[in-house]
Write a protein that binds this ligand. Structure first.
Ligand code: ZN
Length: 481
């Protein structure tokens, strides 16, 4: 009998149900994800390298809890479970998993679409609202990847990071991608100012910086965007000069402390105003002048990209703007990044076609809504309670997320049968209300405990829903690429 067959037999004798795709062997050590009878998941370990894992067991079979320490040992033994850079990969897709349960479903969802997944993707806001760390998030992704026997590589995105301390935290935890959010260094006052108001702020910029901008952008026509007027340049400089400095500073910080290849994305999407092509060009050109080529850039595209609902805006305007931004991205040699991509089905054909499939798309964590759909189907009473809680606490949740639907648009749940409940996950107003309530709901013990138990018991339901939901996004983006 081979060591692997012996391993499987011993597990069977101890009433452990092995996930068949997870069994793997390296350096004389066999590992698998298994489910204990009537209980949760464990990592089974046997062989020479078992000493690197913490657990207990008999007959040379170690049962290890799915902790971040055991994930670290797993990543050392099987490097494909560790996040890596996606540089050079044309189509990359950020998924994120606020619950730590979605990765096996995401693995199945991406099959056949030729995209490189970023299974771990969380902002500090999401970590705070879910009480998790980057190490927890990456551990969950690593175990999910291992459970499915997925060896295609994946990334971990420290999303919307704002400071060098946050970057340090993400990189020390194993993130392979940093998305720098410069919004706190973007001067939002400028949007409301006249040209005279801008001139006053422009005069406050250090003289050498002003001279640099004027010499660089007013000397003649620029590549891609043509000539720029002095008034336009002054406005762009006022809005972005500090953000550019911050980006340069943070990029150098990444290079100083990184221990692996790290993808760098610059995000200017969480601003009040739409990013113009001229603004995009100046920001990108300033980075280029500092010898920085980001891997992706997220401008604020025209129209509304609200969490968990369709794109709202003029699709012709979007397409025209998107083409202009893609030309700039081509000029500087990086990909555009589309944030809050969940459910933006009407823009994906344009995104796929214009970028020729060289694009980064981030979903908005709607795998949480798919989990709630499983609750609506399997435990109507729990769903009803969560639904009412989300409506009652909508104001509180709106402190973290901007949404424009109204709770009055949600059909009264007391008038609906249990069979109808999954429909609430399709109605924009209830969808958004539930979407932004994740942090508040997960902090409630009455919800948290039965919710995780239910998803654990019905994980195949959840995976099937993710395959359908995420698959729809990937199908639309890749159909035109
Ligand atoms: Zn964003």
């Amino acid at each position: 009998m081979s060591a692997r067959d012996g391993f499987i037999e011993r597990a069977g004798a101890q009433a452990l149900r092995i996930y068949p795709n997870s069994v793997d062997e390296a350096q004389g050590t066999i590992c698998a994800i298994a489910r204990e009878e009537g209980g949760g998941k464990v990592l089974l370990v046997s062989g020479e390298g078992a000493g690197a894992f913490a657990g207990e067991g008999r007959d040379g079979l170690l049962r290890c809890p799915l902790t971040k320490e055991n994930a670290a040992a797993l990543m050392t033994l099987f490097p494909y479970t560790k996040p890596v850079s996606h540089r050079g990969r044309p189509f990359t897709f950020g998924l994120g998993d606020r619950l730590g349960l979605a990765t096996p479903g995401h693995v199945r969802a991406i099959a056949g679409y030729g995209c490189f997944p970023v299974f771990a993707q969380q902002s500090i806001r999401e970590l705070n609202l879910t009480g998790r760390t980057f190490a927890d998030v990456i551990a969950a992704a690593a175990f999910g990847v291992f459970q499915e026997g997925y060896k295609g590589g994946y990334g971990a995105d420290g999303d919307h990071l704002k400071t060098k301390d946050e970057i340090t935290y993400a990189l020390r935890s194993g993130c392979s991608m940093i998305t720098l959010d410069c919004s706190e260094h973007i001067d939002i006052r400028a949007a409301a100012l006249s040209d005279e108001g801008i001139e006053a702020l422009y005069a406050e910029i250090p003289e050498d910086v002003r001279r640099h901008y004027e010499e660089t952008y007013l000397a003649g026509p620029l590549p891609v965007i043509g000539a720029m007027s002095p008034a336009e340049l002054r406005r762009i400089a006022v809005v972005f000069w500090r953000a550019v400095n911050h980006a340069v500073d943070c990029y150098r910080h990444i290079q100083t402390i990184r221990t692996i290849d790290v993808d760098f994305e610059l995000s200017i999407d969480e601003t009040l105003t739409i990013t113009t092509p001229a603004e995009h060009f100046v920001v990108a050109n300033e980075l280029a002048l500092n010898a920085i080529r980001p891997d992706s850039m997220a401008p604020h595209f025209s129209g509304a990209f609200e969490k968990g609902v369709e794109y709202a805006g003029n699709l012709n305007d979007f397409a025209r703007d998107f083409v202009a931004h893609q030309r700039i991205a081509d000029h500087f040699g990086y990909k555009l990044s589309v944030h809050s991509g969940s459910d933006k089905f009407s823009v994906f054909s344009t995104v796929g076609r214009v970028t020729k499939g060289h694009v980064h798309v981030k979903t908005a964590g709607t795998n949480w809504l798919e989990a709630l759909a499983v609750v609506a189907e399997r435990d109507p009473a729990l769903y009803r309670k969560a639904h009412k809680f989300a409506i009652e606490h909508r104001g509180e949740a709106e402190k973290y997320y901007h949404v424009s639907t109204n709770v009055n648009e949600i059909p009264n749940i007391d008038l609906q049968s249990d069979a109808y409940l999954p429909e609430y996950l399709k109605i924009p107003a209830s969808r958004q209300t539930l979407h932004i309530a994740y942090g508040l709901l997960l902090a409630e013990p009455w919800f948290r405990e039965p919710f995780f138990a239910l998803l654990d018991a019905h994980e195949e339901d959840y995976y099937a829903r993710l395959v359908a939901h995420i698959g729809k996004h990937l199908r639309y983006v890749t159909a035109e690429a």
